[in-house]
Ligand binder design. Structure first.
Ligand code: ZN
Length: 622
């Protein structure tokens, strides 16, 4: 989305903004290089010299001949006499660093002519600012999905290359490419050459590329419980494959996350959540309430917590400022002052210029220059994990804890495609049923790849891009229609695949010894695929009922030995039931524990099963 263009309009319309008017006008006024044309300006960076601290003041020069003497005074005290160099349009003078804000008079005298300005002197914040470079993954919306796929795979290659080029830069300026979500990694590992995949793995191990565990920028409010778990499945799997730790996640653009997300993340081993909505566009009050206020998000059970931090301007900082400049550093400190930011570690997102943007090399060059010139603030380009863990070490114990829903703000839009949304949510539930059936009937037959494909479609439908940027203003546009066709196909394919998987599970022969032998062909097995006791009406098709058969009761049932032994470890109190036909057949209803069965299925079935697989979080059904 062309948020920068939109921003210009919105700024002056003044509607729905999350920042103070002062902060907004400061940011919006930033050009590529804020010159001294507005008067003498203070650079809000600390220079250390001979054991003393200084701050530079930039003084604009009128058009004068080279070689003249310029005298600069601060509150009438001479602080510099220097010869005007050839071609200069400003002079720099170092003044003693101030410890509190005040206004001073700066004057410039050349050949007897004096120009004077008021300049606001402000102390430099001794703050370490982490910079998280990434590209916002919009799978659609701004472009056809197929084009976005290519862009994001190229972005990963470009990120690796930029990290390689800056590997000998001073610490902090070395480029790190954060993979905002795992969808692009999944694509890359499926489509790119073995050599590229190896290069990716090496870059991750080297710290050039950082994994963030959420599969996509998802509307979590649409997700079924197991779908939330699956959002983090690919990330944990890839991290295991690469032999790296995964403890962070990013989400961008999306305002609000359902509470269950905290449980799903924590159970996937994720502790740090960089949540960065867009900063003005249909975001409710999320930015106003949570921006620059890191906190612990405690899960519904109270047993887990995540460090959540919404940075200033969300993921749009680089969209707004264009490029990093000295003025931007000053403005950033203004913002910290304005909100009375109490910490000495902060972070910003740096997502290039627009959505699906390429890695921005300028940030490395700027950080290299800044850190070499100024002692404070310091910048460090890093992974989410490094920034957050560093912050936690220093300030984790000071942070407030909150429980509750960060109610998603965009899920209502999915009502515009209610049919497909319903299909998708049903598919998610059906896949849980299918997995449980495989676990009950034959765990070894669990088709891991087919389930992964089906879940991928479910996840991609719940991804936050809905239609195209012009789907309201130009709904019949071919690009709009093409994008919707792809989006819709995720729901349709997920529906087809989930039905097929249920069918495949039901077609499996029952393993010998698993269940009481059927007495005749009219026996019907009924599975309770959730992990709690349940009762209810069981409807059998007319074809399965004959004149002599009827159900007369539901009584306790002694389960088969195999299922009992697994079940007993999970919950000894679980009852099992049998629906009995008086003659001539038995119909059995097994109460099965979906979680235990799923674990069994995953651990026993596939060559893909790994130690991480066994740590797959429980379904929210458990
Ligand atoms: Zn987006």
């Amino acid at each position: 989305m062309k948020r920068r263009d939109f921003l210009r309009d919105v700024l002056f319309a003044g509607g729905g903004l999350a920042l103070s008017p002062a902060a907004l006008s400061t940011l919006a006024a930033q050009g590529p290089d804020p010159s001294a044309a507005f008067g003498a300006t203070l650079v809000r960076g600390l220079v250390e010299k001979n054991g003393a601290s200084f701050q530079p003041v930039r003084v604009p020069l009128p058009h004068v001949s080279d070689g003249l003497e310029a005298v600069i005074r601060l509150d009438n005290a001479t602080v510099s006499r220097q010869t005007v160099p050839a071609g200069a349009n400003e002079l720099e003078v170092l003044i003693s660093a101030v410890e509190s804000p005040r206004t001073a008079k700066i004057s410039l005298e050349i050949t007897g002519a004096v120009t004077e300005w008021d300049v606001a002197l402000k102390p430099v914040r001794r703050v370490l600012i982490y910079v998280l470079s990434h590209s916002h993954n919009d799978i659609g919306y701004t472009d056809l999905q197929a084009n976005v796929e290519v862009k994001q795979m190229q972005n990963l290659l470009a990120g690796i290359e930029l990290a390689r080029k800056t590997a000998d830069y001073p610490e902090g300026a070395r480029f790190v490419w954060n993979l905002e979500c795992m969808w692009s990694a999944d694509l890359f590992m499926h489509r790119m050459s073995s050599a590229d995949q190896e290069s990716f793995r090496d870059a991750v191990k080297e710290g050039w590329v950082a994994l963030n565990g959420m599969y996509a920028n998802t509307l979590t409010g649409l997700c079924r419980p197991e779908e939330l778990i699956r959002l983090f499945r690919y990330g944990t799997k890839l991290a295991d494959q690469f032999g790296v730790k995964l403890d962070s996640a990013m989400i961008s653009d999306v305002p609000g996350f359902t509470w269950g997300t905290s449980t799903a993340m924590a159970q996937a081993g994720i502790r740090y959540f960089s949540a960065a909505p867009n900063w003005f566009d249909r975001i409710g009050s999320l930015m106003q309430v949570w921006q620059d206020k890191p906190f612990w998000w405690v899960s519904p059970s109270g047993r887990e917590k995540l460090l959540v931090w919404v940075p200033w301007t969300g993921y749009a900082m680089s969209h707004v400022v264009g490029k990093a400049t000295e003025k931007w550093v000053g403005d950033y400190q203004e913002r910290l002052d304005e909100v009375k930011f109490p910490y000495d570690i902060s972070y910003v997102r740096w997502s290039g210029h627009g959505d699906n943007a390429v890695p921005d090399p300028q940030i490395s060059e700027f950080v290299k220059y800044w850190n070499a010139t100024y002692t404070w603030p310091k910048f460090k380009i890093s992974s989410t994990s490094e920034a957050f863990s560093s912050f936690e070490k220093k300030h984790g114990k000071e942070l407030p804890e909150f429980q509750g829903d960060l109610t998603p703000y965009w899920a209502d839009g999915a009502g515009s495609s209610a049919l497909e949304t319903a299909l998708n949510r049903n598919s998610a539930d059906r896949l849980v049923q299918a997995a449980a059936l495989f676990a009950v009937r034959d765990p070894a037959a669990y088709p891991a790849d087919a389930f992964e494909d089906a879940w991928r479609n479910v996840l991609l439908y719940s991804e936050h891009t809905w239609g195209a940027w012009n789907s309201v203003s130009d709904s019949e546009n071919a690009v709009v229609k093409d994008q919707w066709d792809v989006k819709r196909s995720f729901a349709v394919n997920g529906d087809i695949q989930s039905h097929e998987l249920v069918k495949r599970a039901l077609m499996l022969p029952v393993r010998k010894g698993s269940f009481p032998a059927a007495r005749n062909s009219l026996d019907v097995d009924i599975y309770n695929t959730v992990s709690w006791q349940r009762s209810g009406l069981v409807l059998l098709p007319r074809e399965l009922s004959s004149k002599a058969n009827w159900l007369f009761g539901l009584t306790k049932f002694r389960p088969s030995p195999r299922v009992v032994s697994r079940w007993a470890r999970a919950n000894r109190s679980c009852p099992r039931f049998r629906l009995r036909h008086p003659r001539p057949c038995w119909t059995t209803a097994s109460c099965t524990c979906a979680w235990m069965k799923r674990r069994a299925a995953l651990s026993n079935s596939s060559a893909k099963a790994s130690p991480e697989t066994l740590r797959t979080p429980r379904t929210a059904n458990s």
